[in-house]
Design a protein around this ligand. Structure first.
Ligand SMILES: Nc1nc2c(ncn2[C@@H]2O[C@H](COP(=O)(O)OP(=O)(O)OP(=O)(O)O)[C@@H](O)[C@H]2O)c(=O)[nH]1
Ligand SMILES: [Mg+2]
Length: 295
């Protein structure tokens, strides 16, 4: 199956890479940006249509297991880690693994904890530039089961979705090991978002997602304002306003067993007020439309 998936992309990616940057002695530099530290990566001869983006901050207990798990899956996923200068040395672990997984594991390092939302925006731009067709968001803490990546992929590739969401709050889904209070809070946060925005999605704060590239090319990424849970809400709301087809896929979500949570009160405050602001502003702006609607 890997062969079937890879082959149509080989020529296209080869031409793309040739046109953009020739590798020097098999080593290609990752995209540069003044505020980001660059990383050496990437032989041009490994290609895939799928890139999983994982933001990390102090994930030394999880990151190596996660990298090995993703590369053990039957589908050929590439993996981009966006590390925000984790003091625990997460990036050093990833950089050691780059040698073992050349051309399919990448890292972008930023200099400080700049938040989940900006990490994903950075990753999205990286993925668009490299022309990946299916771009995933996933946490490093195994709350999202990497085995479910392929179900999200299929929903976009074969079932007509532009964006598929690993959902905790639809039939067939479950949340394991979260304290009851946290489940209730998360569930009612989604109810609140639905009431305020009118969006039909059940799990509006979910962070396990597959986007078709066109979604990320259409959404004005530089206008995404939020960085915590509200970032997840804003991405879904914007994709919905642009007219993209969004599907929810049931998942079993499990609380992290290793490392520590980066949740904070600020993240909640941003979400509660931010959702109302976002809805209010939406009355006064126009959203770019999905090419499917335009055609
Ligand atoms: N690059 C980057 N990654 C972050 C940042 N904050 C959190 N992360 C990563 O984002 C993912 C989700 O963070 P978690 O701490 O698990 O947050 P959560 O899933 O909302 O909260 P828990 O359910 O309590 O685990 C993990 O892979 C974190 O390492 C950040 O500021 N920058
Ligand atoms: Mg988590």
């Amino acid at each position: 199956m890997q062969e079937q998936i890879q082959s149509p992309y080989f020529l296209r990616n080869f031409v793309f890479r040739k046109a953009s940057k020739w590798p020097v002695l098999g080593i290609q530099q990752a995209s540069y940006c003044s505020e980001f530290v660059s990383s050496p990566i990437n032989s041009p001869f490994f290609v895939s249509d799928s890139l999983v983006i994982i933001p990390t901050y102090n994930e030394k207990e999880n990151v190596e297991k996660m990298v090995r798990k993703v590369f053990s899956l039957p589908h050929d996923f590439h993996l981009l880690i966006i590390d925000d200068g984790s003091p625990d040395g997460t990036a050093d672990i990833v950089k050691r693994l780059l040698l073992e997984f050349p051309g399919k594991l990448f890292i972008e390092e930023r200099k400080g904890k700049l938040g989940l939302g900006t990490a994903y925006i950075h990753g999205f731009k990286w993925a668009i530039e490299k022309k990946y067709d299916y771009i995933f968001e996933m946490d490093c803490d195994f709350s999202h089961n990497p085995d479910d990546l392929f179900r999200l992929y299929q929903a976009c590739k074969n079932e007509g979705a532009d964006m598929s969401i690993g959902s905790r709050y639809i039939r067939g889904a479950n949340v394991v090991n979260w304290p009851l209070g946290r489940v209730v809070m998360s569930y009612y946060a989604s109810v609140y978002v639905r009431l305020v925005t009118g969006i039909k999605i059940k799990d509006t704060t979910a962070g396990f997602i597959c986007y078709r590239r066109v979604v990320l090319e259409t959404i004005p990424l530089d206008e995404i304002r939020f960085i915590g849970y509200a970032f997840q809400i804003e991405m879904k709301f914007t994709a919905w306003k642009c007219g993209f087809k969004i599907t929810e896929v049931p998942i079993i979500f499990t609380d992290r067993t290793e490392g520590s949570s980066k949740m904070s009160k600020g993240i909640f405050k941003e979400a509660i007020l931010g959702v109302m602001q976002m809805k209010w502003k939406s009355f006064f702006r126009t959203y770019p439309k999905s090419p499917k609607i335009l055609n």
